[in-house]
Structure formats: C-alpha cells, structure tokens
Design a protein around this ligand. Structure first.
Ligand code: COA
Length: 330
C-alpha cells in the first residue's frame, strides 16, 4: 500500500501527463503557486508535481546520508580533540538532515523503506560530489567550506519554494549548514595560514574538488531536463547556471583572498554578461559519476548496504516487538 497517491515505478503505466490532469484543479493549483501559497501534503497536486518532488527530495535525502561518509572517515584521524568534536557534531547533523528530508518525501506517499531500497539498488541518484574520496585533512576543510557553501546557495533558494514540508525542512537545515560553514572556514583558514606543507595540501584538495564543485549545480541550463517544469511550479527558484553563478560570485573572492586559487586559468567573471566563465568541466565525467561510475560510488553504496543489513534486526524488533529476534554477534 502506498499513501498519499504515490505511484511506484512498476505502475508507471498509470502516470498522468500534465495535459491530462483536470484543467480546473490544475488552474487552481497553479494560481495558488503564483500567489506564493505553500502546497501542503493533503492538497490536490498534479501527478507530475508529486513525482518531481519525490525525485528531488529523495535524491537530496540520500545525498545528506551518503555525504556524511567522506568526512566521517576523518573522525578517527582528526588533528586534535577540538576538531574531532566539531566533525562528529557536523556528521551527526548531516544524518539528521537526511532524516528530515526522508520525512518530507514521505509526506508525498513514498515509503522510506522503498527510498532506501532504491538507493542501495542504484535506482536513485545522489549528489555527484560524494563519489569522490577525502584523501587528506584538507579535503575536510574543502568539503566543510566549499561543498557546504554550495549546498547553502542551493538550499536557501529551494527553501523559498512551493512545497511546504520541503521548505520547512530546508529552513532548519540551512541554520545548521551555516554553522558547518563556519567550521569549514575556520579549518580552511588554519591550513591556508599554516606551514607551506599545509598550504600545499589545501591547494591540492582545492584542485581535486574544483570540477566536482562546478558539476554540483547540475548540467548547464541548455541540458537541464527538469528545470522548466520545476521553475514553473516554483520548486526550483533559480536555474542551475544561476545557482552556479551565485556560488562563484560568493566563494571565488573568499578563496583568492587567502592567496590560493582554483586550478582553472579561464575562471573569470565576464564584466558584460556578469556571468562566470570557466574551462570545459568535462560533463561526460559528471554523467558517468551520477550514473554510478565514479571513483567511490561502489564503496559508498556498500556502506549503506552493510548498514541496512546490519540494522534489520533492530527494525524488526521495533516493528514486531512480540517476536523474538536473535541479536547478531558479528
Ligand atoms: N548530482 C547528481 N545528480 C545530478 C546533479 C548532481 N549534482 N545535478 C543534476 N543531477 C541529475 C538530476 O537529478 C537529473 O537526473 P534524473 O532525471 O535521473 O533525476 C539529471 O541530472 C538532469 O539534471 P536537471 O534536469 O538539471 O535536474 P534538476 O532540475 O533536478 O536540478 C539540482 C538538479 C541538483 C539543482 C536539483 O535537483 C536540486 O536543487 N536538488 C536539491 C538539492 C540537492 O539535492 N542537493 C544535494 C546535495 S546537498
């Protein structure tokens, strides 16, 4: 049984194209969005709006959970106790963001178990950036400042969107993310103003994360598949290129003022168009990574599979408390 009108992929035959929706209901729905009203879970919504939201919020939830893994590998290797505590708290926050987002997606009718199963079976996507390794402590600084900075740009914009539960989850996430940003900045500045070896390590990490960061906001507007629909229904309030531009506007100066730079001689703001220009970021690599063929995709999903299998007895015990379950010893 699926709640809230969710139609699972195997029943996609029943999918309702937008032009076959009830025109009166569709108009009322679009007028509400136009007036800036929030759509709530029990309100009427077109099938395609529901489908798009589930796709996007679910991918976002998976990204938060998988996103804690690259940094998580550094908890035991943090350079001091203060940094270790901050990193533990941050990783814990990211998992909490995943739970908030799964709850928001559930309001649209897709059960959480199915979302997890779609993730570990490779049916659902999650953010490209988390398929790259965190090789040194400087990667933790770059993730904390630049990846979280990119996520804040995206999430602040999306939090003004039309679907109530997603926007409310994002508002809360943004408060916590802005604290992560301070943690990332403090870490990054410590390395940038440290020994020559620390600066080299930081520059090396920035060099490795530059391309995935450019990819983070999605393909160029001319290749974006979903943007038009999502922007019409105010799920997205800025296009991929606009968000990427806003990010570069805010963060390129912050990196350059530390005497470090992004590894792209063509990265510059065009004074006439006010848009950032950069070298071809190899969109083939982006598509390969989001389809499962990145440096760490397999490793990331293996961890989630392991967690799912080893947590099963807890879920079984919680949901069927009268039955006896053997606690696995290994
Ligand atoms: N990582 C993985 N996949 C991505 C991606 C990224 N950085 N950017 C785009 N894609 C995928 C899209 O999901 C889509 O794939 P699908 O049709 O199989 O779902 C495809 O590339 C085409 O992209 P586009 O049409 O531009 O997708 P979009 O309109 O949904 O825009 C985002 C992409 C990321 C901007 C948008 O989904 C978004 O704002 N998501 C919420 C925020 C989020 O997930 N953040 C993650 C990290 S915190």
């Amino acid at each position: 049984m699926y709640g809230g009108g969710y139609i699972p992929p195997e029943e996609q035959g029943k999918k309702i194209p937008v032009d076959q929706e009830d025109p009166i209901k569709l108009k009322e729905f679009e007028d509400r969005i136009e007036r800036g009203e929030k759509i709530e879970p029990h309100d009427w919504m077109p099938y395609e709006y529901r489908r798009q939201l589930i796709r996007m919020i679910e991918q976002h939830a998976h990204s938060e959970i998988i996103g804690s893994l690259p940094e998580g590998t550094w908890i035991t290797r943090s350079p001091n106790f203060k940094r270790k505590l901050a990193l533990i708290a941050k990783v814990q926050d990211e998992i909490g963001h995943g739970q908030l987002l799964y709850s928001a997606a559930e309001t649209l009718g897709k059960p959480r178990e199915q979302m997890i199963s779609d993730l570990i079976n490779g049916k659902s996507k999650y953010s490209n950036v988390f398929n790259y390794p965190a090789k040194t402590w400087a990667d933790v600084a770059v993730i904390g400042f630049l990846i979280d900075g990119a996520a804040i740009v995206n999430q602040l914009i999306n939090s003004k969107g039309s679907y109530g539960p997603y926007c409310r989850a994002l508002e809360r996430i943004c408060y916590e993310e802005s604290f992560h940003l301070k943690q990332g900045h403090d870490n990054l500045v410590a390395l940038a103003t440290g020994t020559p070896m620390q600066r080299d390590m930081l520059q090396d990490a920035i060099n490795r994360w530059y391309k995935p960061l450019i990819h983070f906001f999605g393909p160029p507007d001319t290749s974006s598949v979903h943007s038009d629909k999502l922007m019409k229904w105010k799920v997205k309030l800025a296009s991929n290129d606009d968000m990427r531009n806003q990010f570069l506007d805010q963060y390129v100066p912050k990196i350059r003022e530390l005497g470090i730079d992004f590894p792209d001689p063509n990265l510059r703001k065009n004074p006439e168009t006010k848009s950032w220009e950069f070298s071809d970021p190899d969109w083939d690599e982006f598509y390969r990574v989001i389809k499962g063929d990145g440096p760490c995709n397999e490793e990331r999903l293996d961890v989630r599979r392991w967690a799912d299998e080893h947590g099963k007895w807890v879920r079984d015990a919680l949901f069927n408390p009268s039955e006896k379950y053997r606690i696995p010893l290994a």
